[in-house]
Design a binder for this molecule. Sequence first.
Ligand code: FE2
Length: 143
Amino acid sequence: MEKTFVCSVCGHIEFGAAPQACPVCFAAQDKFADTPDAIKPSEKEGKEKHVPVLVVAKQCGLIPGVCQDVHIKVGSVPHPMTVEHSIQWIDVYLNRVFVARYHLTPASLQAAVGVHFKDDQKGKVAVVEHCNLHGNWMAESAL
Ligand SMILES: [Fe+2]
């Protein structure tokens, strides 16, 4: 089983080993803790509203010709976005290397984002989302 290290400052998860510094909040390596249960099993109760759904589009309508899109929504059933219960952030990785964090605010946003990868990028996209009440959930797809 792959190790997961969680940043105690911002909640970012790194796979395999703790980084020199957090790529999200720049906290030092000693802020990371080996946390085997950092990510909820995808079959756990509540999965319908929490496991991210990834849709890979090889073409992009925004930046045609040089871009491939990954559309991400949280849950096959839409997750609530209220002050009390919401998806706070979505972290995206390519081949286990962090590429982006999307911070979400519940007042005006749905739990969804679009990611624009350069067209020469290949491999496995992983997405981790954080629910303020129900923790971290993950899904993967080939790019
Ligand atoms: Fe939730």
